[in-house]
Design a protein around this ligand. Structure first.
Ligand code: SD4
Length: 328
């Protein structure tokens, strides 16, 4: 319960430290029509750290016109952010004290790549892109993914926890309770989706996953259709939150398919959360999930299970951090 309170507390100050207050727009109720404006280009990313990531993605999109470059370079900012304990090698470790990373990347034409349970590599998103572009496969995991990264010239980092992660891990070890609860201490995955002015689209998702997870655990982020899905005929979606609950409903794929059937991005995100509630009833008190989506016309949507999910929106006229609407 206290973790939920902390989560909610954090949500109330979301963005206030770094973002001018007038840019933080709160939508306290569900309103499927509120996001019916259309924007192209458009970039959406999860959580507060989506703001600097979107800035970089926007810059790259302007320079290269490439949405895939934009979503890769954008989330690389977060992968290096020492204050983020849920993305990159500085993230909180598993219960053995080892940081293991998951990431995926996808283009609107169905090309995709991902890595799971990867150790010692600073930019898992770039390894995922290499899997997409330079192998006949979609997903590499564990030691095979690490060897592939080494072969592609990625430097191997020393396997030591960041000072913040080491301190948190020491504190966790006192009780060593295995509680896969999504709260402010153990979540903040970045998922980013981008739509170019020319209609091209791409997405990326990268995380150190659930804090103190079992060694070998893989979440939704590297699973195409769960943490990320992009189809240029329809739109794109990405997810954050407790991966097990998202995998159970193929969350991002579900949203894209609902849009294909005519739902708006907002309606599709809301329906996915309803589905998630129905399939995760017994764990509901201890989990948070947030979804982002856009369709090919540039309409977008965002919805979360509970209060506290923020997302960054960037288009030609505005860059803004928003509080998502939520279900319970
Ligand atoms: C996971 N979905 O590994 C990730 C965690 C997350 O914000 O999104 N945290 O389950």
């Amino acid at each position: 319960m206290s973790s939920r309170r902390t989560f909610i507390k954090k949500s109330l100050v979301a963005g206030s430290a770094l973002i001018p207050l007038q840019l933080v727009q709160s939508c306290a109720t569900s309103d499927a029509s509120s996001n019916s404006e259309k924007f192209k280009p458009l970039i959406l990313a999860t959580w507060d750290h989506g703001m600097p990531a979107n800035d970089r993605a926007w810059e790259v999109l302007g320079q290269t016109g490439s949405v895939i470059d934009a979503v890769e370079e954008g989330v690389k900012v977060t992968e290096l952010d020492m204050d983020n304990l849920s993305v990159g090698l500085q993230g909180l470790p598993d219960r053995e004290g080892i940081a293991t990373l998951d990431a995926s990347i996808m283009k609107g034409d169905g090309s995709c790549g991902s890595v799971a349970f990867l150790r010692q590599i600073k930019h898992p998103i770039s390894v995922a892109r290499k899997v997409m572009e330079e192998t006949p496969h979609v997903m590499l995991a564990g030691e095979g993914a690490r060897q592939f990264a080494i072969a592609k010239g990625f430097p191997l980092e020393e396997e030591i926890l960041s000072p913040k992660a080491a301190k948190a891990f020491e504190a966790w070890k006192v009780d060593s309770q295995y509680k896969p609860i999504i709260n402010i201490e153990n979540h903040d995955t970045i998922g980013m989706i981008a739509l170019g002015a020319d209609g091209q689209m791409a997405g990326s998702c990268t995380t150190s996953g659930l804090a103190y997870k079992m060694h070998g655990r893989v979440g939704d982020s590297p699973i195409i259709g769960a943490g990320l899905f992009v189809d240029e005929e329809v739109g794109a979606a990405t997810a954050t939150g407790l991966g097990e609950s998202i995998i159970r409903i193929c969350g991002s794929f579900l949203i894209v398919e609902l849009m294909r059937q005519g739902r708006s991005p907002q309606e599709a995100c809301e329906e996915a959360v309803r589905r998630l509630i129905s399939k995760n009833r017994k764990d509901l008190d201890d989990l948070q999930v947030g979804f982002l989506a856009f369709n090919k016309d540039g309409e977008y949507g965002a919805y979360a299970l509970r209060q506290g999910f923020t997302y960054a929106l960037h288009h030609t006229d505005e860059k803004v951090l928003r509080n998502s609407t939520y279900a319970i």
